[in-house]
Design a protein around this ligand. Structure first.
Ligand SMILES: [Zn+2]
Ligand SMILES: [Zn+2]
Length: 422
């Protein structure tokens, strides 16, 4: 393991909290213990036993399940004597080639491409750490990619979409779950485990070694003329333009954070109108076409007594996107104008909006699965409507808005006068 030459420029034994910028000391911890920020309580680091072995096993098994989910039938469907079976690949090809290429890409990237890249990068990094004395800088950048890809992994959301699609179809047809469906379930569970284990600080410590320097002052990184690198957790002297450990460009705070967040939210608001006005799905049954909007679909499900599914779609497609737009605007307002709402409260709101964001994609996945599966000519046919694309864009824009919001601004307005509670 190489020790980094520029040890006096950054201090990995201390790190700035990503949420509030408070400098925390990373001390030796017992297995299973979480290091929480002294000021805001955000979990900075979790110490896992045999992390390397756990990562090897979980990412290896996840990758195996990923390949197995392409080898067999994913779902089978039969109605009125006609039947159809599809694999996961056919599901994607049907959607992209026959219905909607852009929607196909929007579904394929978070469902298959990003999870595969994520797992491949984890395994490549583990392999490099094990076999190389000195890992070339260009490979170290893979850790940046793990950080960038993480919010866009949606295998778990797709699975929920699959379950909703099955319940929707249950009254119309006989459904069979193929081996690939079960392999995909295991893949989604293992992927969640890998994501929870991956820690950028652990990777950087393995790649670069630790320095012995410990910051003993209390306060934020900014007050001490330091910058916390978002990509590797290193604490860097404030005059540096890029991080000496991971080479990423450094910013004391994200540039134009509030303006960009508001602009993305306004764009999402505009697209939210066609997303609700146009049909998200068009069902053709015995030659008769019936378009349904998001709201129309929920009302129909409610009428069919599928209450849990109706509630899932209502929450994912109506409540979450609206609540997310409103709460981010509320955060921007309260951060800009320094109202007397406590930073802890604002941070909780931010955590919730960040967490729930991707689950709005459920309805898009439901439409994608139904459109790929239900293709029985004039007997029964489902195609995605215009709203599917605009709704996907609403979800993507609100997710981007949440990322461009810099949570450290919440605490900056507090004006550094409150010492942490120990
Ligand atoms: Zn903090
Ligand atoms: Zn860095």
């Amino acid at each position: 393991m190489c020790k980094h030459e520029q040890g006096d420029h950054f201090e990995e034994n201390s790190t700035a909290c990503e949420m509030c910028d408070w400098v925390n000391e990373i001390s030796e911890m017992e297995t299973g213990v979480r290091l929480k920020c002294e000021r805001c309580g955000h979990v900075i680091y979790t110490h896992y036993a045999q992390l390397s072995l756990q990562l090897w096993l979980n990412s290896g098994c996840a990758l195996l399940m990923f390949f197995l989910s392409f080898c067999f039938n994913f779902l089978g469907f039969s109605a009125n004597g006609a039947s159809r079976e599809i694999s996961l690949i056919e599901c994607i090809v049907n959607l992209s080639v026959e219905h909607h290429p852009v929607l196909g890409i929007i579904v394929t990237l978070p469902l298959l491409v990003f999870p595969f890249l994520y797992l491949a990068f984890v395994i490549a990094l583990l392999f490099l750490i094990k076999t190389h004395q000195h890992v070339p800088q260009r490979f170290k950048r893979l850790v940046h990619w793990l950080e960038n890809l993480k919010p866009w992994l949606m295998a778990d959301v797709f699975l929920l979409g699959g379950l909703v699609a099955l319940i929707k179809l249950k009254s119309l047809a006989q459904i069979e779950l193929g081996y690939s469906f079960w392999a995909f379930c295991l893949f989604a569970i293992l992927l969640i485990r890998v994501v929870s284990l991956v820690d950028k600080r652990w990777f950087w410590n393995q790649l670069e070694g630790k320095s012995d320097y410990i910051v003993t002052h209390e306060g934020t990184a900014q007050e001490q003329d330091l910058i916390g690198c978002h990509y590797c957790g290193a604490l860097v002297k404030g005059d540096a333009h890029s991080c000496p450990r991971c080479n990423h460009v450094l910013h004391v705070r994200k540039n134009n954070s509030l303006t960009r967040t508001v602009a993305l939210l306004l764009a999402a608001c505009v697209l939210y109108i066609p997303a609700n006005a146009y049909p998200i799905m068009i069902t053709t049954f015995l030659g008769q076409s019936e378009p349904s909007t998001i709201i129309g679909g929920i009302v129909m499900l409610w009428g069919m007594h599928s209450y849990p599914v109706a509630l899932i779609i209502l929450a994912a497609s109506i409540i979450v996107p609206l609540a997310k737009i409103l709460s981010l605007l509320w955060l921007c307002w309260n951060t800009k104008f320094q109202t007397d709402i406590t930073p802890e409260r604002k941070q909780t709101v931010y955590h919730i909006t960040e967490f729930v964001g991707k689950w709005s994609m459920v309805d898009v996945f439901v439409v994608a699965i139904l459109a790929a599966l239900v293709q029985l000519g004039t007997l029964m046919n489902i195609i995605p409507g215009k709203a599917a694309l605009s709704f996907s864009l609403v979800v993507i824009l609100t997710m981007l808005a949440a990322f461009s919001f810099d949570p450290r601004l919440i605490w900056d307005t507090q004006e550094n006068n409150d010492a942490p509670e120990k």
